[in-house]
Design a protein around this ligand. Structure first.
Ligand SMILES: [Zn+2]
Length: 234
C-alpha cells in the first residue's frame, strides 16, 4: 500500500499541472466566447437604435407629406373664400383653413422635435459605433493572444499527458486510480494531502487518532474525513 501512495504522489506532481493546463484550455475559449457574445449584444443594441431612427424618419416624412397636402388645401380654401360671395361659405372656408393651419403648425412642431431627437440619436449611435470598433480591435488582439496561449497550453498539456502515461504504473489498483481521478477533478487538482500533527494539510481539519494509526500502518488508502483527499504522512 505504501507503494500505491508513493505512485499516487508521483502522479499528483504531474496532475497538479495537468489540471491547471486543462483548466486553461477550457477557460480561454470560454472567455473568448463570452467576449464575443458581449460584442454581438452591443452590435444588436446599436442596430436596434438605428432601426428606431429609421422609423422616426419615416414618421417625420409622413407628417411632412400630410402638411404639404394641408398647405395646398389651405391655399385653395383661401382662394375660394375670396372668390365666394356667400358669407356662410366664406365662413366655412375660413373655419376649415384655420383648423388646417393649426394642424400644420402642430405637424411642424412635431417634425422639428423628431428631427432633433434623430440628430441626438445619430450622434449617440456614432459614439457607440466608435466605441464598438475600439472594443473589436481589443477583442481581435485578445483572440490572437488566446490562440498563442492555447497553442502553448496544448503543448504543455501533451508533454504532461505523456509524462503521466509513463508514470502510470501497473501496481495502481483500478478503483484507487478512479478515486484519485475523481478527487483531482473535485478538489481542484489536489487529490492528495499530507497529514501533519494529526491535521490534514488539504483542509486543515484534525482527523481522529485512529485514522492516524491506520495511516501509519499503511495497509490501506486512507482519506481525510473532511475533504476526502488521500492522506500521506510527511
Ligand atoms: Zn482534509
Amino acid at each position: 500500500m505504501l507503494n500505491v501512495v508513493k505512485a499516487l504522489r508521483s502522479l499528483q506532481e504531474i496532475d497538479r499541472d495537468l489540471y491547471r493546463v486543462r483548466d486553461e484550455l477550457r477557460r480561454l475559449p470560454a472567455e473568448r466566447d463570452r467576449r464575443q457574445a458581449e460584442l454581438d449584444a452591443h452590435r444588436a443594441r446599436i442596430d436596434a437604435e438605428k432601426e428606431a431612427v429609421d422609423q422616426l424618419h419615416v414618421r417625420a416624412k409622413e407628417l411632412e407629406d400630410t402638411a404639404t397636402i394641408q398647405r395646398q388645401r389651405i391655399r385653395k380654401l383661401e382662394k375660394e373664400s375670396m372668390e365666394q360671395r356667400d358669407v356662410s361659405v366664406i365662413e366655412a372656408c375660413r373655419y376649415e383653413a384655420r383648423s388646417l393651419k393649426r394642424q400644420v403648425e402642430e405637424s411642424e412642431r412635431a417634425t422639428l422635435e423628431m428631427m432633433e431627437r434623430m440628430e441626438a440619436m445619430r450622434a449617440e449611435i456614432a459614439e457607440k459605433e466608435t466605441k464598438l470598433a475600439e472594443e473589436r480591435t481589443v477583442f481581435e488582439e485578445f483572440c490572437q493572444n488566446v490562440e498563442t496561449e492555447l497553442g502553448d497550453a496544448q503543448g504543455r498539456h501533451d508533454a504532461l499527458a505523456g509524462r503521466r502515461e509513463e508514470q502510470l504504473s501497473g501496481d495502481l489498483p483500478r478503483e484507487t486510480l478512479a478515486l484519485y481521478d475523481r478527487l483531482i477533478e473535485a478538489r481542484g487538482g489536489e487529490a492528495m494531502a499530507m497529514l501533519d500533527g494529526g491535521v490534514c494539510q488539504g483542509c486543515y481539519m484534525s482527523v481522529p487518532p485512529n485514522l492516524v494509526v491506520r495511516l501509519t500502518r499503511g495497509r490501506e488508502v486512507t482519506q481525510c474525513p473532511s475533504c476526502d483527499r488521500i492522506l500521506y504522512l510527511g
